[in-house]
Design a protein around this ligand. Sequence first.
Ligand SMILES: O=P(O)(O)OC[C@H]1O[C@H](OP(=O)(O)OP(=O)(O)O)[C@H](O)[C@@H]1O
Ligand code: HPA
Length: 179
Amino acid sequence: MQSDIKEVLITEKEIANKCAEIGEQLTLEYKDKFPLLVGVLKGATPFMADLSRYIDTHVEMDFMDVSSYGSGTRSSGEVKILKDLDAKVEGRDVLIVEDIIDSGLTLSYLVDLFKYRKANSVKIVTLLDKPGGRTAKIKADIVGFEVPNAFVVGYGLDYNEKYRNLPYIGVLKPEVYSV
Ligand SMILES: O=P(O)(O)OC[C@H]1O[C@H](OP(=O)(O)OP(=O)(O)O)[C@H](O)[C@@H]1O
Ligand code: HPA
């Protein structure tokens, strides 16, 4: 698997340090608030697991599965709910935990949904931000790293369901992409 990677953009160590730094910030921000952390399946699972262990205050953890990408590297433009939350959102301080904002379609859909469900507040923490991919007008409250306008994989991010288990973020060799 590792031989398919052309370049490592963000190392395992850099990700771990960033989780610690963001976790500390969230500990202060959500002290005494019992926020609802919403991990967006499947890509955000490693980030949700690592980040949450650096948040030193009570949180509720839930997951939602939405999909806007079929196979390949292009968003379909349509967001579908594949698995909804178990938790009720009304009155809660919701923190959406994402792996990447690219077009912004997934997150603008989720922010609108949680506002419609009467959340007390809705904030976004994303490990990666790809501003060059943006079509929807949306900004994260906390961004780990900015990435260039290339399709990235690893640490939860897939290409055709592969590479999620890479411990770092990288770019594939051109010959690996089939689209
Ligand atoms: O800003 P956008 O262009 O909407 O892209 C971001 C979303 O796309 C990916 O999820 P995907 O729908 O591929 O599902 P997955 O996490 O299960 O791979 C990624 O994990 C984000 O949730
Ligand atoms: O660059 C990306 N890589 C993997 N999944 C994604 N979903 C949106 N953008 C990306």
